[in-house]
Design a protein around this ligand. Structure first.
Ligand code: PA5
Length: 451
């Protein structure tokens, strides 16, 4: 199981950390909130126990494995989870390996941003005949996704390829444009449960289909999440990682630490920090409280990479404003061992000889953590015994549960995203979508521009 070290969130380990008294005052509330979430059984929990969803993905295995390339067309919650899985569980050169070197599994590409240079570079590289496109959109109306879908569809048609043989949709089971097109044109389609929000959907077909296509053990992923869930519902806060994470972040927020940095000491886990950023930002950044009061709540998530950002961000974290908590992601056992040879006898370099890169990485994590503690800056660690599907499944569950608890502590709804919707609607208006022509939005009265 994943391990969690909260030592440096607390006094006296870190000056200005959480005191025993502060924590014990919050404990009964935390247990009560855990009980509430367990009782409410949010959609991201239900999805784990819905065998049909997993089977619907498995049913496509044989068809999908006929292809060489898998392209995810989706944005935000419709792609970040799959991207985190691909980066964590597949080697960096995955897309450059031959199919046999990939064990028969597919290369993976993401058409997420509508950056013409990037999109063209992906579409120019792949052989369309050997490609399956997974168009993922809960609403079925997100502009970026629909633009990419049409570009791809146009290309397939120009090449004389049958769309329904190269496209699979993942969308709402009843509503939306993609569902209508799928029904009209007999396109294969997977369901996203109606009450499941994009950023909580990685363990539904949204993340599971791309994961299966690249050979991730999706059963292990789901099992990891289920096992983590059993710990998330433990009422004893000290034994419940999700409750501890929520309580610590909440108590530090009260002390003015509203920024949450996630700092993996692993390149493979870096995209996981992107997934976390979206989860935390969209779920907790809210204008209104549950009772309708204007509160402008939220904790700002930031990502950093250990050790690289020690040489970029750490100065600020140590000596700048005391407004952050840092969460390190530590890996106990890396897949590969790289030994540093002893080449020079000079004292500035000889100490490195004979050590492994992972020893250096770990010492740097330890050094960063202690330097922060020395400066009264709180931190915690999530410890991965290894990077595998089972441990990632746990990570997703712990963070989704923690986010839900944070929503309750902050008294906001973590499952909506009106701020995202507003941006989408203004885009529709600017791009001339019917029904949005008359939308009003602020324009600068006084322009301040340098050309
Ligand atoms: O988490 C969310 O709800 C959002 O980030 C969505 O995932 C994102 O906006 C894409 O939406 P859709 O899946 O409807 O295309």
């Amino acid at each position: 199981m994943l391990k969690f070290d909260f030592s440096f969130m607390f006094e006296p380990n870190v000056k200005g950390g959480i005191s025993e008294e502060e924590f014990s005052k919050l404990e009964p509330t935390m247990s009560q909130l855990v009980e509430e979430v367990a009782r409410e059984r949010p959609a991201f929990v239900k999805v784990l126990f819905d065998r049909n969803l997993l089977e619907s993905v498995e049913d496509l295995r044989e068809w999908i494995l006929n292809f060489d390339n898998f392209v995810v067309i989706g944005i935000g919650g419709s792609s970040l989870g799959a991207a985190a899985l691909a980066n964590a569980l597949k080697p960096f050169d995955w897309n450059y390996l031959s199919k046999s070197e990939r064990g028969g599994y597919l290369r993976i590409f993401f058409l997420e941003n509508v950056d013409p240079d990037y999109t063209a570079s992906v579409l120019d590289r792949i052989d369309l005949k050997a490609t399956v496109f997974n168009v993922v959109s809960k609403s079925g109306s997100t502009a970026e996704c629909l633009a990419h879908y049409q570009i791809v569809r146009g290309l397939l048609e120009v090449r004389g390829l049958k769309v329904s043989e190269h496209v699979v949709f993942t969308t709402d089971p009843k509503k939306g444009l993609l569902r209508r097109i799928a029904e009209r044109e007999k396109i294969v389609v997977l369901d996203i449960p109606p009450e499941l929000g994009g950023r909580f959907s990685v363990l539904s077909p949204v993340g599971l289909l791309p994961a299966m296509a690249i050979g991730v053990d999706i059963k292990a992923l789901v099992d990891g999440a289920k096992d983590a869930y059993t710990k998330c519902v433990v009422l004893d806060v000290w034994k419940n990682p999700a409750a501890m994470m929520a309580a610590c972040h909440y108590l530090h927020k009260i002390k003015g630490r509203r920024i949450s940095v996630m700092m993996p000491y692993s390149n493979r886990l870096y995209t996981l920090a992107d997934w976390f950023r979206q989860l935390w930002a969209e779920s907790l950044g809210k204008k209104y409280s549950l009772s309708g009061e204007v509160v402008h709540e939220g904790l700002t998530p930031i990502k950093a990479l250990g050790v690289v950002d020690q040489h970029s961000q750490l100065q600020l974290y140590n000596e700048g404003p005391d407004d952050k908590t840092i969460t390190f992601l530590e890996v106990e056992k890396f897949d590969k061992n790289v030994l540093i040879p002893s080449i020079h006898d000079d004292e500035e370099i000889s100490y490195l000889g004979g050590k492994r890169l992972s020893d250096l990485l770990r010492s740097e994590l330890f050094g960063t953590e202690r330097s922060l503690a020395f400066n009264g800056r709180p931190s915690m660690r999530v410890i991965f015994p290894a990077i595998d599907a089972y441990n990632l499944g746990q990570f997703f569950m712990y963070y989704e549960f923690t986010t839900t608890l944070m929503g309750k502590l902050l008294k906001i709804n973590p499952f909506d995203q009106p701020g995202v919707e507003l941006g989408k609607q203004i885009t529709y208006s600017l791009m001339g979508r019917k029904g949005f022509e008359k939308m009003e939005f602020p324009e600068p009265v006084r322009k301040v521009v340098i050309e």
